[in-house]
Design a protein around this ligand. Structure first.
Ligand SMILES: [Zn+2]
Length: 380
């Protein structure tokens, strides 16, 4: 048994414990958390300066874009970002594999124990089989043309089979890139399982413009990609209320970005779906849109907030702690216990990973030390 003590233990299953001691079995399983007063003074402990929290859960990443680090210009808004991403040359498969491997080990070093990872290909399978990190892969579909829905969905089924026993589910990319027909196929497949789903949501203002009035930068971008919008009908509403019915209530749903989500969108979505998780990717939002979501609105509405890094195409690192530091800079009033709840407990719940997220008897959450310099040291 290891006995690990720090100035503060953020168990996230109760209030932080001052000078608490965690008893951990050889296999990393938590045996108990003791307060300083209730712990035998004769037992040998490892004493750390700083705070201990569970391993971080990164609910939104694109490991397969790791080779794009530093290649896409910042603050161009999403249509500019997507256009620039599409125009990049295709990297060699060696280069792609090397960068995937590096990104995976970077996340582990940064105290991340589980990741919800978006996939458009089989490129990450080898690394995921060998990784110390637990991955749930979201097999992501694009397809605005209704005539191609069947073909696109069948391709996703074959990709899902390639993942084999690696945890995965088939998901839509975004409200603006998936036809109604494709959304319906994803929905009827998801209803057979309780697996977590995800979608990029309201990342840019022009996504709402498209749904409200079929105008704006997103509509222009789709036309530039030679997509036929003539049969597509806008709803007159923002994008989230327009697509929320495509998600079965049985499956937890992670809405990613939410940069332009308004109060009415939240009210409609939460009235129709009871298992919503709202993922913040602050550094990617600043990289692409130079704007953050209305986080205090989310807090007032008691939403389950989670944190993601997005990819190295839109971030300078893959670190949940760096995302927390950005949130602390812009929202200094939010307490560390609340931020860690988003980064650990809510993320584990969103991905349905019971062993992670809190420091409690029987769990294997991993342990991170936030040392006195404010850096993360992985201690378990
Ligand atoms: Zn993303």
């Amino acid at each position: 048994m290891r006995y690990i003590q720090a100035d503060w233990i953020y168990t996230l299953s109760g209030e932080p414990v001052k000078n608490g001691i965690i008893a951990v079995k050889e296999n990393g399983e938590i045996e108990n958390v003791f307060s300083f007063e209730n712990f035998s003074k004769n037992t040998q402990v490892e004493k750390h300066n700083g705070s201990i929290c569970p391993g971080f859960i990164n609910v939104h990443c694109h490991l397969e874009l790791s080779h794009m680090k530093g290649k896409v210009a910042e603050k161009t808004t999403l249509p500019g970002f997507i256009t620039s991403l599409q125009s990049q040359r295709k990297a060699s498969s060696e280069e792609i594999q090397t960068e995937i491997e590096k990104a995976d080990s970077e996340m582990w070093q940064n105290g991340i124990v589980a990741v919800g990872d978006i996939c458009n290909s089989d490129e990450t399978i080898i690394q995921k089989k060998n990784s110390k990190i637990f991955y749930h892969s979201f097999i992501e579909l694009f397809g605005f043309n209704p005539a191609l829905a069947e073909e696109i969905f069948n391709r996703a089924l074959s990709l899902s089979e390639k993942f084999g026993t690696l945890s995965n589910s088939i998901v839509p990319h975004a409200p603006y890139s998936v036809s109604k027909e494709l959304f319906e196929k994803i929905k009827s497949c998801a209803q057979n399982f309780n697996k977590t789903l995800t979608i990029h949501n309201q990342e840019t203002v022009s996504e709402n413009d498209l749904y409200k009035s079929k105008t704006g930068a997103m509509a222009l971008m789709l036309e530039q990609f030679k997509l036929d919008l003539s049969a597509w009908k806008n709803t007159g509403l923002n994008s989230l209320p327009s697509v929320i019915d495509f998600f079965p209530q049985t499956n937890p749903l992670i809405l990613v970005h939410n940069t332009y989500t308004e109060e009415n969108d939240i009210d409609v979505a939460t009235s129709k779906h009871k298992k919503l998780y709202w993922c913040l990717c602050p550094n990617a939002n600043l990289y692409i849109e130079n704007r953050l979501p209305d986080i205090n609105l989310f807090r007032r509405k008691n939403l389950k907030i989670t944190i993601g890094t997005d990819s190295l195409a839109s971030n300078h690192q893959l670190s949940i702690w760096e995302e927390i530091k950005t949130l602390q800079k812009y929202f200094p009033e939010i307490k560390l216990n609340e931020l860690l709840t988003w980064a650990c407990k809510n993320g584990a719940e969103a991905l349905q990973l019971n062993q992670f997220g809190t420091i409690e008897k029987g769990k294997l959450p991993g342990l991170n030390l936030i040392n006195s310099k404010g850096e993360i040291e992985k201690i378990l």
